[in-house]
Design a binder for this molecule. Structure first.
Ligand code: PLP
Length: 421
């Protein structure tokens, strides 16, 4: 879409436009092809695809990412088209768009469209699994102990209802290594273990788990596997064909930089007969498991279509390039933080055991006050971790960040560490 098309798109007919002037944003210039060795200039042009003002440094991808201008434009254009003519005839094409997103999701995760359910988010995907797998008293579910509530609390609550037992593999700090976890899961599994659940990359301190090896272990012992991919979908170059989980979940609004309230549940072909659908309604998907699992009633199809556009942007840039970039920025952040007296980094010092989620205790500074100062005075957004368990700040850089963002964040924390907040 060129600038004129976009202007036309925003030009609402009639006397009372419902979009205030100023809602529009400058059309980004076309993204150049990704060079063999992408430099700061290239990543700066990636940054230009996003509508965040340049002075805002967002280091909070683990929580919520912005959508790029092309995604917002498609979302807006499709919504506008639908609301201008909401007839079934006009909306028929939206179903094709939704199936296109399913195809893009399958390519992105390197599986088949028949194994893809487009959900609302990771929470819903995880819960479709914990409600849908038929478990009874005597059965065991084995979880890593550091999971989001949509995985952890959900299993504990459903255990109360269905009578199965939840067991945990502890997750010590610092990350004890991949072999430790494969061994710990192997030892904790029993003949009663029916499902193994873990978070691929934890949202707390960014520990990466050997998902492929743990899924293989589960398979060998006749158990199902659920990998919560909220923190790896759109960040790592995930290949589910290689990982072979039974279930993998993710959200569009995190690392894929897609619209809100869209997500994915991958259900391996071999596991489809072992899970019940929880929701039955009209308008399911057209292929494979989506025909039984995706009947959620009326959906926000423009958002589902825009989800596909977000995946297409990442695919265009290159999934491996995005993973490498985010990891490189995280390493630069870790190196910078190490130069600040009193900072304790909770995330593994070993780059292969982490990805792009980094948590640290900012010396003696109060994390909340520091986060507020960083946002209000320095225009740097990040997350805080309260409580007693590895408290502090969490920063999660992504492909729209630059090294200048990392330098700014390190310099600001250094300044506050020396002078107080
Ligand atoms: C590991 C993990 N799982 C699940 C979720 C839930 O994601 P959503 O709110 O998109 O459902 C999150 C959110 O931060 C997460 O980090």
């Amino acid at each position: 879409m060129n600038r004129r098309d976009f202007a036309r798109l925003l030009a609402i007919g009639g006397a009372a436009p419902f979009l205030a002037p100023g809602v529009a944003w400058p059309q980004p210039s076309d993204l150049p092809p990704t060079p063999a060795s992408p430099d700061e200039r290239f990543w700066s042009s990636v940054r230009d695809q996003f509508v965040m003002p340049r002075e805002l440094t967002m280091l909070n991808a683990a929580n919520l990412c912005p959508s790029s201008a092309p995604v917002l434009e498609l979302l807006y254009k499709t919504t506008r088209d639908m609301d201008r003519d909401p007839s079934q005839e006009n909306r028929a094409k939206l179903g094709d768009g939704r199936e296109n997103t399913r195809r893009l999701l399958a390519e992105f995760l390197r599986v088949t469209p028949e194994e893809i359910v487009i959900t609302r988010n990771t929470s819903e995907s995880n819960n479709l699994v914990s409600t849908g797998v038929d478990l009874k008293p005597g059965d065991e579910v084995l979880l890593s102990s550091d999971n989001h509530p949509s995985n952890h609390v959900a299993w504990q609550e459903k255990a109360k209802r269905f009578g199965f037992t939840v067991k945990e593999v502890p997750t010590p700090n610092p990350h004890p290594g991949f072999d430790y976890y494969v061994d710990a899961f192997a030892k904790a599994m029993t003949p009663r273990t029916r499902l193994v659940g873990l978070t691929h990359l934890t949202s707390t301190v960014g520990d990466l788990f050997p998902a492929k090896e743990i899924c293989r272990l589960a398979r060998e012992r006749g158990a199902l596997s659920l990998v919560d991919g909220a923190q790896t979908f759109g960040l790592l170059d995930v290949d589910l064909g290689d990982m072979q989980p039974d279930f993998y979940s993710g959200s569009a609004h995190k690392w894929p930089c897609g619209p809100k309230e869209n997500g994915v549940l991958y259900i391996n072909k071999s596991a489809q007969s072992k899970i019940w659908a929880s929701i039955f309604s009209a308008y399911p998907g057209r292929v494979g498991v989506s025909r039984t699992f995706e009947g959620f009633g009326q959906r926000d199809e423009p958002a589902m279509i825009a989800f596909g556009e977000a995946l297409a942007l990442q695919t265009k840039i290159g999934r491996a390039a995005i993973e490498k970039r985010s990891r490189e920025l995280t390493t630069a952040l870790a190196e910078g933080l190490k130069t600040i007296d009193g900072v304790k980094i909770w995330t593994s010092p070993e780059p292969s055991r982490r990805a792009a989620v980094l948590s640290f205790q900012p010396a003696a500074l109060d994390p909340r006050k520091l986060a507020t100062a960083l946002y209000q005075k320095d225009r740097i957004g990040c997350a805080t971790r309260g409580g007693q368990d590895r408290p502090g700040l969490r920063m999660s850089p992504h492909f729209y960040n630059t090294h200048a963002d990392i330098d700014r964040a390190v310099a600001a924390i250094k300044r506050y560490a020396a002078a107080g907040v």
